[in-house]
Design a protein around this ligand. Structure first.
Ligand code: AMP
Length: 204
């Protein structure tokens, strides 16, 4: 299975992509996680990425394409989460996939209203010990995760607004790009994660 999960920040791409990957034996490739891992490792690339990430801005296309391409090329069975984020990235992905004769099977676009996304992102907490993401409203921390529970640097109100603006300007047009290829399936991303997963299961 080769599937792209599109959607605004906070729409649940990570949760749904992880679920799809586990149930299909596919690799979950999340560019946001790759970026945060690089930042945490303190590499020179990580220091460059940090400035963009903390401001809620997209990192330059060439950096993200170089970062993610080896992961995509390493397996023919993946769920992409957070990539592509603009048309230049989508074209770069098409080129990588054409070289491996491994086309995209489906693009899922998760749709959630901006007001709901702001509430979700403000409630998001990441465990410093397990790396798992919880939400104060929809998926509270389990008792066996010792935490500490941290807010993402880009989940603060100004950065959230900037990320939504970037999404509408750069990423949302990809729905048209993939619809023209007959690959797009729009899914209501509202409600509990299990309800969204059930809607996705119906189309995969
Ligand atoms: P995410 O966890 O997907 O919301 O990504 C967090 C941050 O990582 C974004 O705000 C960007 O700074 C960076 N990032 C992740 N994926 C991409 C991408 N495909 N293109 C550019 N920047 C990205």
């Amino acid at each position: 299975m080769r599937l792209v999960v599109l959607g605004p920040p906070g729409a649940g791409k990570g949760t749904q992509a992880a679920h799809l990957a586990a149930s299909n034996g596919a690799r979950h490739i999340a560019t946001g996680d790759l970026v945060r891992r690089e930042i945490a490792a303190g590499t020179p690339l990580g220091q460059t990425l940090k400035a963009y990430n903390d401001r809620g801005e997209l990192v330059p296309d060439d950096l993200i394409i170089d970062l993610v391409t080896p992961y995509i090329a390493a397996t023919s069975n993946w769920i992409l989460d957070g990539f592509p984020r603009d048309e230049a990235q989508a074209r770069a992905l098409d080129a990588v996939l054409a070289a491996h004769a491994a086309p995209i099977d489906l693009v899922i676009a998760l749709c959630v209203a901006d007001e709901d996304l702001v509430t979700r992102m403000q409630g998001r907490r990441i465990s410093g010990s397990t790396g798992k993401t919880y939400n104060l409203q929809s998926s509270p921390r389990p008792p066996d995760d010792p935490g500490p529970f941290l807010t993402r640097a880009d989940d603060h109100p100004d950065e959230i607004r900037r990320r939504l603006a970037v999404y509408h300007q750069a990423t949302e047009p990809l729905q048209t790009y993939y619809a023209a290829k007959g690959l797009l399936c729009r899914i209501d991303g509202g409600g509990q994660p299990e309800e969204v997963a059930a809607r996705i299961t119906r189309v995969t």
